[in-house]
Structure formats: structure tokens, C-alpha cells
Design a binder for this molecule. Structure first.
Ligand SMILES: C[S@@+](CC[C@H](N)C(=O)[O-])C[C@H]1O[C@@H](n2cnc3c(N)ncnc32)[C@H](O)[C@@H]1O
Length: 383
């Protein structure tokens, strides 16, 4: 089931861990939470801190009703924080809160005039020049506007934002804005219904306002790498969970399918073409000439396949690596398979369940191309 409004709620023990990580709560009198859900973060805070002011928002009126019942002293707004009327609430509360808590919805959305405006007004439109933008980035920005100088921010973010190269500059903005930056990896499968690896980020003692930052911060939001003169490589991760994949009537590829497909060398069955469907909803597909790699899964991590004469919607546990040329893709697959153990030893992260990230994949592709270059030089083919 695709959840309405990305409602993956925080389990009690994770909420408690985030509040613990904030340390001393004596100076916390006011708190804001955008996308409060069922209150998985506010509840443990209210047990430990003596709040005089609480402001929460949620796009879902049922959630606001729950907050009104549980915390009647607070202000609870049924509002979309990514629409312009949020400013009405905002202007009253800008830079007022000692603490902001947030577990934002994860994912890409198309920019609107308003989302561009909030980035531009704060001097950081260059953070996101593309057509789409991560909701986590927007929620973080809205929170940063509400936190007072000296205030703190506890936020749950996915691996993409915490680890990938493409959000390095975004992280540097956060580091620059706060005195301390603490990042804790959650156990795998911390959120029911999603296998996404998540992190608790605790930022304390806000030093600056957004508009005080230099405005030359830039990052690219597409997972593609350019390696010297060599071909451009496009890396994409699927969007649907394994369960969501199974619920579609389409041909899909999740990590649990890898072994099965490996045994079937050439499949001649007609497959339903999925490219005509909205990739925006289903996420990326893998087709002829692509390499797919299992990015997570105890027994399947790092398994790779070359897609030959077929097409699949890939799950969020699978990376699709697209090279400009099928021969390069096949050579990369051989390189990957030959070096898989050392690649995983060197590049996989995670304490319990291991996983690989886009930036690790980019490093491995860089290594692969250096080897290819070396071989060409040895053979005297280099230009
Ligand atoms: C990932 S859930 C987290 C809920 C809660 N903070 C927690 O940790 O359990 C995200 C929440 O944000 C709300 N939400 C999603 N998009 C929103 C938007 N544009 N404006 C306000 N709330 C939104 C959802 O209804 C959901 O309750």
C-alpha cells in the first residue's frame, strides 16, 4: 500500500532515542514539529521537558485532531507546510522556538513557485536548481526558519541526505549553522513498511540564520557521475518497496528476485512494457543494457545482473546503473563480480544490515574506469 502523505511513523524507542540524544532539556520551553503524525517525537519530549509553547502542523486533519486531544495547550494546524499559506503561521513564529523536531516525508517532488521562493529568499536556491527537489530539504529549511538562535534541531533523515555526495553541500550548510552536529544511524527496518536506512541528526546551538550563509552553495540532485573523458554513467535507485512492487501487476525487480532471474539465462516470454506508464510514480525502470545491483539484504547484498532483452520497474533495494554502451556495462559487471567481496568489505556501510550507497557505487565505477584506462594504456590504445 502506498501511504497517503508518506506516513511512516516513528516507533516509540526511536523517538526516545532522538530525545535522549538532545541531552539536557532544561532550557527547552518551546517546540515546533512540522508533520507531527501521531506524535511519535513530541510524546517522549513532553514526558521529559516542561514546555510552555508547542506548535504542530500536519497535512492530515486526523493527525491534528490527535495532537489537539493529547496536547491541548499547544497550537495544532491542519496545513500543508509546502504551500504559501504556511507563511501566515510562519510570520508570527519565525525564529521563536528553542527546539524543532521533524521526521519529514521522504522523496522527490516537483518544484513549485513557492518552494523555489523559500529557497531563493533564504539565499540558497543554488542548492536546488533542478526541476524536482527533496521534501526532506524543504522541511529542513522550513524548520531552520523557525528555530531561534541558540536553539536545537532533532531530525530523522534518510541515507541519501546523510551520506550521498550530492547532498554534501547541503550538509555543510547545516554544519555551518549549528555549533554541534551529531549523526546516529538507526537500526535497519526502524520504520514499519520501509527498508530505508535512516539517521537521527541532532543539531545544537544555532549560530546563524539561513540568510547569513554565503549563497554560493551548490549541489546537483541527480545521481550521475562524469569521470574524466569517459562516458557518463547514470545511477538510479528504485522508488517502490518490495511489497509495493508485488502489489503492481507489472514486471518488477526486487532483491528477492535476483537469484531466480540469474538461473534463467534467456527469457523469451513477452513482458509488459512499462516505459509508457508514469515513471514519476513507479520510479525508475531497468531495461536492456542496464546493470542492476542489490543495494541491501543480508544474503543478496552486492548481487548484480545484466538486463538482457527485458524491462522491469526496480524496487528501492535495487540500483540501476546505466552506461552509454552495453559492452562497457558487461565489462563493469565482470569487474563488479570479480571484485565483489573486496568492494563490499571496503564500501558497504551499516552496523547490522549492510548496504551500499550511490556514492560508494560512484567510487567503484571510478575505480573501474581507472582500470579500463590502465588496460587501454598498456595496450597502447589511449589517445
Ligand atoms: C514520515 S511521517 C512522520 C510523522 C511523525 N513526525 C513521526 O515521526 O512519527 C510524515 C508526516 O508528515 C505529514 N506530511 C506529509 N506531507 C506534509 C506536508 N506537505 N505538510 C504537512 N505535513 C505533511 C504526514 O501526514 C505525516 O504525518
Amino acid at each position: 500500500m502506498v501511504r497517503k502523505y508518506n506516513q511512516f511513523y516513528t516507533e516509540k524507542h526511536i523517538g526516545e532515542q532522538l530525545i535522549d540524544a538532545l541531552g539536557d532539556l532544561k532550557c527547552i520551553n518551546s517546540c515546533v514539529e512540522l508533520g507531527v503524525g501521531l506524535g511519535g517525537l513530541i510524546a517522549p519530549l513532553c514526558e521529559r521537558a516542561d514546555l510552555s509553547t508547542l506548535l504542530t502542523c500536519d497535512i492530515d486533519e486526523d493527525n491534528c485532531e490527535i495532537s489537539r486531544r493529547n496536547w491541548p495547550f499547544g497550537f495544532h494546524y491542519n496545513i500543508d507546510v509546502l504551500l504559501p499559506n504556511f507563511e501566515e503561521i510562519f510570520l508570527k513564529h519565525q525564529a521563536k522556538f528553542d527546539l524543532a523536531l521533524c521526521n519529514p516525508p521522504f522523496g522527490w517532488i516537483d518544484h513549485t513557485e513557492y518552494t523555489r521562493k523559500i529557497l531563493m529568499d533564504n539565499g540558497i536556491l543554488s542548492l536546488s536548481k533542478n526541476k524536482s527537489v527533496r521534501m526532506e530539504v524543504l522541511f529542513v529549511i522550513q524548520n531552520l526558519r523557525l528555530i531561534s538562535l541558540g536553539g536545537s534541531f532533532g531530525v530523522i533523515l534518510p541515507e541519501l541526505i546523510i551520506k550521498s555526495k550530492i547532498f554534501e553541500k547541503f550538509r555543510s550548510v547545516l554544519k555551518e549553522m549549528f555549533q554541534s552536529y551529531l549523526c546516529i544511524e538507526n537500526e535497519a527496518y526502524s520504520f514499519r513498511g520501509t527498508e530505508a536506512t535512516t539517521y537521527l541528526l541532532v543539531l545544537k546551538d544555532k549560530l546563524k540564520c539561513l540568510y547569513e550563509l554565503r549563497d554560493d552553495v551548490e549541489f546537483s540532485e541527480v545521481g550521475s557521475v562524469k569521470i574524466n573523458r569517459l562516458p557518463e554513467v547514470d545511477i538510479k535507485r528504485g522508488r517502490l518497496t518490495g511489497k509495493e512492487c508485488r502489489a503492481t501487476s507489472l514486471r518488477t525487480l526486487h532483491t528477492t528476485d535476483f537469484r531466480r532471474y540469474k538461473e534463467i539465462d534467456s527469457r523469451t516470454k513477452m513482458v509488459k512494457k512499462v516505459t509508457s506508464l508514469k515513471e514519476g510514480v513507479l520510479g525508475p525502470t531497468a531495461c536492456n543494457g542496464d546493470v542492476v545491483i542489490a543495494r541491501v539484504g543480508t544474503r543478496i547484498l552486492g548481487e548484480a545482473l545484466y538486463i538482457n532483452n527485458d524491462e522491469f520497474v526496480i524496487s528501492d533495494c535495487v540500483f540501476r546503473v546505466r552506461f552509454g554502451c552495453p559492452d562497457v556495462a558487461k565489462e563493469f559487471l565482470r569487474f563488479w563480480v570479480d571484485n565483489k567481496n573486496s568492494i563490499l568489505n571496503k564500501h558497504s556501510s551499516g552496523t547490522c544490515a549492510k548496504y551500499i550507497t550511490i556514492s560508494c557505487l560512484q567510487d567503484v565505477i571510478g575505480e573501474f574506469f581507472s582500470v579500463v584506462e590502465c588496460r587501454r594504456e598498456i595496450r597502447g590504445e589511449a589517445n
